[in-house]
Design a protein around this ligand. Structure first.
Ligand code: ADP
Ligand code: ADP
Length: 237
């Protein structure tokens, strides 16, 4: 589903974020990227949906180069990619429901969404998504009234409503306590297993990676230092 071909990223100041990455990710995998702070995890993830531009090589999604795609075609490709952030990226003063509906923007355009003109089917999708992360009863709460773990579950509902085929989660549990961390990781894992959504998660902790991943990719200084099944991952990777 995803292929990195000779991918490198050098930041304008000369820092190398990624160095000649070559790998393939198949549909339905649950991949955890591990590595110390500065290893390149975020650069790796954000290169896939072009939040960061790579400087060499190409990234293919279903055989099509996203790194060479522009304009409307790029927007269409991004529709299939859901992003989850450490700080949740919700509109704080909006309701939970509105936040989940914003996952539909890529289909209807921003103007219609600003005017609150959501098709009935979208609302149904949003409620279904909230139900799956156990947040249905908070649909009309303001996002900033929720705990961190609850906000992250809303952001998972948002990518479900988006009908993403690929989920990129950049340190989704870094600001959560151990209990809510498990809830968020379990939600991501269930969605991966039930819907077959390919999922790539960046994590600091190898223990958490071991518990959830089907495959672990270890990065160090922008290079892949480990890539394999969970059983083979050592503490160093
Ligand atoms: P991680 O997510 O593993 O913490 P990053 O992908 O954020 O790592 O960073 C990889 C490397 O690129 C680090 O050396 C970091 O300092 C550098 N880096 C990240 N973003 C920028 C930027 N905007 N400008 C310059 N260097 C950056
Ligand atoms: P988490 O365990 O996700 O880090 P917190 O420790 O911040 O969350 O919150 C614990 C509980 O307090 C949660 O059940 C949440 O519903 C509630 N809570 C947190 N922040 C707020 C808030 N701003 N307004 C109302 N309730 C809140």
């Amino acid at each position: 589903m995803i292929e990195f071909k000779n991918v490198s990223k050098t930041y304008p100041n000369g820092t190398k974020g990624l160095k000649n990455i070559n790998l393939k990710i198949e549909k339905g995998e649950f991949i955890v990227i591990v590595g110390l702070s500065g290893a390149g995890k975020s650069t790796f993830l954000r290169s896939i949906n072009r939040l960061h531009e790579i400087t060499e090589g190409e990234i293919l999604i279903d055989g099509k180069s996203i790194t060479a795609t522009r304009g409307g075609e790029l927007l269409k490709m991004r529709r299939d990619i859901g992003m989850i952030f450490q700080n949740f990226n919700l509109v704080k003063r909006s309701s939970v429901l509105r936040n989940v509906l914003s996952g539909r923007v890529a289909y209807h355009g921003t103007l219609r969404m600003l005017l609150g003109m959501f098709p009935k089917e979208d609302k149904e999708l949003a409620f279904q998504a909230l139900d799956r992360v156990n947040m249905l009863e908070k649909a009309y709460s303001r996002a900033d009234e929720l705990s961190g773990g609850q906000q992250q579950r809303v952001s998972i509902a948002r990518v479900l409503a988006q009908k993403a085929k690929l989920i990129l989660a950049d340190e989704p549990v870094a600001s959560l306590d151990p209990l809510t961390t498990e809830q968020v990781m379990n939600d991501l894992k269930h969605i991966n297993e039930q819907d077959g959504i390919t999922t790539i998660v960046n994590l600091h902790y190898i223990d958490l990676a071991r518990k959830y991943a089907t495959r672990i990719i270890g990065l160090r200084a922008g290079e892949v230092v480990f890539d394999g099944p969970v059983e083979e991952a050592t503490d160093e990777c």
